[in-house]
Design a binder for this molecule. Structure first.
Ligand code: SF4
Length: 357
């Protein structure tokens, strides 16, 4: 009898097709026989504000070559849902009819800085019980071109036009480390100096704790910053809400984080979704600080209130318990921030993204 396999042990399905224009680096264009300099074509693709009719501003010969030889693979903006807090959820349509969601979050009205919350897969294999995406199961990986394409179309639709003002977080639909090859290819492209030139400090990949992926990413270059979604302080509780914990428990996760080769000034982020009467006791706060150990002094701990949604019966936490939880963590020396949820009124907040057809 064969052992039961976890859904994340197998690669997610892939979409096949021609080479994708948005997934190529400058040298790739020349290797594929482009009738022009690869750096020029690359920089025009990654300057979406200057596109003409949805295509990069290049000579006719290059445009014809792009159309014939490559898949331009840009997602289509199907819907935009503006939240009262200034953020916007965009529903994007992919070439095969799948849909993903992206959230555009300006920091403040007069400040052009924007954070984009990106998707890495259609659905997700990890099955976290507090997350609407997890209830979909995994449909397929996004290709590198689709990951890059979602950024380009959202920047073109909503800005900002200054690459230095863009922060990217892989915290939307999917487990990015279950799609590491495409995600890393996209990170290389985002980081490229002839493109958006986004520093790796402003690109964060958030994982539910897929330890082999953490250990692989640790040695990849360029390397984005890492966030870990922890959400429980005992293996029993964590395995109940995050099945991945049955494969890699809290001790194994701590070991993987310990081995992460921190660069100068690099900080890890721990995320903890506070769920009513599940993980928000003072004992949880104490165990969380203990699990963090030395990390509590110099790394980030973000607390996020559970955002209730139809796919989960988990409750939002009471404010008095949130306050007490934070107080206990501070007493224990943690550098803790309670994150304000953005886009709750348009179902765009943390844990609420899901395919709605
Ligand atoms: S929280 Fe992240 S890893 Fe867990 S099911 Fe949702 S999208 Fe997947």
């Amino acid at each position: 009898m064969s052992a039961t396999r976890n859904p994340w042990d197998s690669p997610a399905p892939e979409r096949a097709g021609k080479p994708e224009a948005c997934a190529l680096l400058p040298d790739d264009f020349e290797d594929l026989g482009a009738p022009g300099r690869g750096e020029h074509i690359f920089s025009q693709i990654h300057h979406p504000w200057a596109w003409v009719e949805g295509r990069p501003r290049v000579s006719r010969a290059i445009r014809e070559w792009l159309d014939q030889s490559l898949d331009f693979c840009l997602p289509q903006v199907l819907e935009q849902h503006a939240s009262g807090d200034g953020s916007t959820k965009l529903i994007l349509g992919l070439a095969d009819g799948e849909r993903i969601e992206v959230v555009h979050m300006p920091r403040a009205v007069r400040n052009p800085r924007v954070t984009l919350c990106l998707s890495s897969q259609v659905g997700c294999a990890m099955g976290c019980t507090f997350c609407a995406t997890g209830s979909m199961g995994i449909h397929r990986n996004l290709t590198a071109g689709e990951i890059v394409g979602q950024v380009l179309v959202v920047l073109r639709a909503l800005g900002p036009e200054q690459p230095h003002a863009i922060t990217l977080v892989f915290m939307g639909m999917g487990e990015p480390l279950h799609n590491l090859d495409h995600v890393h290819r996209a990170v290389r492209i985002f980081n490229h100096e002839r493109g958006l030139n986004i520093s790796t400090r402003r690109i964060t990949v958030s994982t539910s704790g897929l330890v082999p992926g953490i250990e692989r990413l640790a040695h990849m270059k360029p390397r984005p910053w890492l966030a870990l979604s922890l959400n429980a302080t005992t293996d029993e509780a964590r395995s109940r809400i995050m099945p991945v914990n049955r494969a890699w428990n809290l001790a194994r996760l701590r070991q993987a984080i310990e081995a992460w080769p921190l660069a100068e000034r690099e900080k890890l982020t721990l995320e903890y979704v506070l769920m009513g009467d599940r993980n928000d006791s003072l004992e949880d706060a104490t165990r969380l600080a203990e699990w963090m150990g030395d990390l509590r002094k110099s790394h980030n701990l973000n607390l996020i209130r559970m955002n209730a949604h139809a796919a989960s019966d988990i409750k939002e936490p009471e404010e008095a318990r949130v306050t007490a939880f934070v107080q206990r963590l501070k007493e224990l020396g943690c550098f803790v921030t309670v994150r304000k949820s953005r886009g709750r009124d348009v179902q765009a907040a943390c844990g609420q993204l899901v395919k709605r057809s």
